[in-house]
Design a protein around this ligand. Structure first.
Ligand code: PLP
Length: 430
């Protein structure tokens, strides 16, 4: 069993300076026994090492961006080379043009693109553009999906599809929440009810085409196609939040994989190769609503910064190599099969959702297709599982709602080691 003495000692020190000890709430271990979070020292490929010198096989992948493993030499070199030429110019670069072209080629619905600094900014701006373009105010989103921390998307569902939302965070004005309708994912009936109730008030429908925020949940057959058709008939735009999904499952977006195109798309995470990034783009006529061409404003001192452009380009060049996504899929399958066997062998109540190199284990009987089902999964069992893993050398997100992400650096041997550790956890801790 690992000792986490130094991490534990750092907790108080961190809490005295950083609010809550962490720079993002998901990094606290509140949901898994409120223990001290493991403090990271360095990452290398599929592994990271904590301040106590423990080594972990990492499936957190920094909540998604790290698909080529930690400290990938090619990304490291790209950043080092760029930093020797200047970190930030506040002027156009050829890098951003090259990177923009690469993204546009991979995701053709992005007829025009803009780089920003986070997924939050990207989503927030797509909403502003949709409002500017349609002259409407309301947005419709899906329960349990996370779209960053801007006011408009921190809104919880009302009591039914014809109800407006309520603030999901203190500080979000009630007036803002009144512009948001939230319905369950994969529930077309509620979606139709909401659209027919709010009709021409709805500027846009915002959706994760494949959910990554209450685990990995795929849309049921025809769900996204119906969203497109009904939204467009209603004069509303469709925005895909592909902050997690773009370049996760294939070289392109979930929209390429599923063959449905939104009007606007928000990107982030993987496209920055681990550096801060976001991007949004879509139909040229809609994008032209944005300054300097149109009346909707969006800007950024750090937007399109050369380090993120260089790191992102290097990351996409790695992902573009033949066989990368097949390997991720094969490793994902091996991991899933092994986990399923162990769940059976130790009679654990759990189910797995996997798509290629990403999966979620839910401690519940039934296969999960919406947020209510994910929410109903057993958090105490998950906490036991998480603690068993982190005490033996596997790092996953400390939340029952997150996914495990494979990287290009994980090997079959890592999967075998992982399964041996999971077996030890099921045998001794459950
Ligand atoms: N959209 C989705 C689907 C996300 O998962 C996230 C972050 O986890 C965001 C938006 C916000 O991105 P960021 O944390 O870069 O602001």
């Amino acid at each position: 069993m690992y000792s986490h003495k130094k991490s534990e000692a750092l907790r108080a020190e961190a809490e005295n300076v950083i609010l809550g000890g962490v720079n993002s709430p998901s990094r606290s271990y509140k949901a898994v026994g409120d223990r001290a979070p493991v403090v990271m020292d360095r990452g290398e490929g599929a592994y990271f090492y904590d301040v106590d010198g423990n080594r972990y096989i990492d499936y957190l992948g920094a909540y998604g961006p790290i698909i080529t493993g930690h400290a990938h030499p090619r990304i490291h070199e790209a950043i080092a080379e760029q930093s020797s030429k200047g970190i930030l110019y506040g002027a156009p670069t050829t890098l951003e043009i090259d990177f923009g072209k690469k993204i546009k080629e991979a995701i053709p619905s992005l007829e025009r693109v803009r780089f920003v600094n986070s997924g939050t900014e990207a989503v927030m701006t797509t909403i502003r553009i949709a409002r500017a373009y349609t002259g409407r105010n309301k947005i419709l989103k899906f329960e349990g999906c996370y779209h960053g921390h801007s006011d408009l998307v921190l809104v919880a569902a009302g009591s039914g599809p014809a109800q407006l939302g309520t603030p999901d965070s203190a500080g979000v004005p009630k007036g803002v929440a009144e512009d948001v309708i939230t319905v369950p994912f994969n529930n077309l009936d509620d979606f139709k009810t909401a659209i027919s109730h709010f009709k021409d008030e709805i500027a846009a429908v915002l959706v994760e085409p494949i959910v990554g925020n209450f685990g990995i949940v795929e849309p049921e057959d025809g769900f996204l196609e119906a969203i497109n058709e009904i939204s467009h008939d209603n004069g509303s735009l469709v925005i895909y939040d592909e902050v997690i999904t773009a370049f996760r499952f294939m070289f392109g977006g979930a929209q390429n994989l599923l063959d449905v195109e939104p009007d606007l798309t928000a990107l982030g995470k993987i496209i920055g190769g681990g550096t801060p990034i976001g991007a949004y783009g879509g139909r040229k006529d809609i994008m032209e609503s944005v300054a300097p061409l149109g009346p909707a404003y969006q800007a950024g001192t750090m937007a399109g910064n050369p380090l993120s452009m260089a790191a992102g380009l290097a990351c996409l060049e790695i992902l573009e190599q033949p066989g990368v996504y097949e390997t991720l899929d094969n490793l994902g399958e091996k991991l899933e099969d092994g986990l399923v066997d162990l769940i059976d062998k130790y009679d654990i109540t759990a189910t797995i959702n996997r798509l290629k190199g990403a999966l979620t284990i839910y401690f519940t009987e039934e296969s999960v297709t919406d947020y209510t089902m994910a929410e109903a999964s057993d958090g105490e069992e998950f906490a036991k599982f998480f603690n068993g893993l982190i005490n033996r050398g596997i790092n996953i997100a400390p939340s029952k709602y997150e996914a495990w992400f494979l990287t290009t650096e994980h090997t079959e041997a890592d999967i075998e080691e992982t399964l041996a550790i999971v077996e030890d956890v099921f045998k001794n801790d459950f």
